[in-house]
Design a protein. Structure first.
Length: 271
């Protein structure tokens, strides 16, 4: 049986519940769109495209206001663009307004940090606003695929800061913590980066959009974690596709007060 190309999400799904992995990646049953995914996509597109705006007319007097206006416009644009998908969720007007405003607060929080970074860089290096903007612009939405490990990932932002490389993922999570699933995702990105460039990134981390940037150093043990988890999943999924080999893991993540697992109806964990 050929090795499937895994990703941080597929591996984390496997670790959470093997039956869920089976439905999603072996049977390829459709997942159900939800507001958290859609608004996550909207926030990602907004931040990604902020770096493409024309800043030639920005100056030291107006740049704060101009950046804030630009990100608001981008959020409006992408919210509108995703309207057909948002409609499928059947949110009422109040719910949609709540999520829109919450997302606006997140991107405004992010732009406030970005403005501080621009300001700091201009002062430290005595460079123009346009030069600082260009230096802070990361490589964005980069796809990395490893044939060797049979794994792939999309990296949100790769910052080249003098001699250092920082890999950053954006998250809308309420919690400001590196839980195990995030650590594994960052470990896989580090491994993919190392394999392609022959150099470890200096730091990896997450910009928690409700909070701030959180980074950690990349040590050899992070790569070992990625290799171990990738090896474990392949050793299981490349030898069997029988449903009975993918047991249910029944936890509160099957069904909670406001939602349920995408495969709850087919899985019937409580019957
Ligand atoms: S409903 Fe629960 S047991 Fe079933 S696939 Fe989902 S998470 Fe796993």
């Amino acid at each position: 049986m050929a090795k499937r190309v895994e990703s941080p999400s597929s591996i984390n799904t496997f670790k959470q519940c093997q039956r869920k992995y089976y439905y999603q990646y072996v049977k390829k049953l459709p997942t159900i769109p939800n507001i958290h995914q859609i608004r996550g996509n909207i926030a990602h597109s907004t931040l990604e495209n902020l770096y493409d705006i024309d800043v030639s007319l920005f100056n030291e007097e107006n740049y704060e206001t101009k950046f804030k206006e630009a990100i608001q416009k981008l959020l409006f644009f992408y919210w509108k663009k995703y309207e057909p998908k948002l409609k499928t969720l059947n949110l009422n007007k109040d719910q949609e307004r709540f999520y829109f405003e919450e997302t606006m607060l997140m991107v405004m929080n992010w732009i406030n940090h970005f403005i501080k970074e621009i300001d700091k860089l201009m002062k430290e290096k005595n460079i123009s606003l346009q030069e600082a903007f260009q230096q802070l612009t990361p490589i964005r939405e980069q796809k990395y695929v490893s044939d060797n490990y049979s794994v792939q990932g999309f990296i949100d932002a790769i910052h080249l800061i003098e001699e250092e490389v920082h890999i950053v993922d954006y998250k809308t999570n309420a919690n400001f913590e590196f839980k195990d699933s995030i650590k594994l995702q960052l470990a896989i990105y580090s491994l993919l980066y190392f394999e392609k460039h022959g150099k470890l990134p200096s730091k990896v981390g997450v910009f928690f959009l409700r909070h701030k940037l959180k980074l950690m150093n990349v040590e050899e043990e992070l790569l070992e974690l990625a290799k171990r988890e990738i090896g474990l999943i392949h050793s299981h999924t490349s030898i069997t596709e029988k449903i009975s080999d993918y047991p249910r893991c029944i936890t509160p993540l099957c069904k909670w007060s406001t939602g349920k697992c995408d495969f709850y109806e087919v899985c019937k964990p409580h019957k």
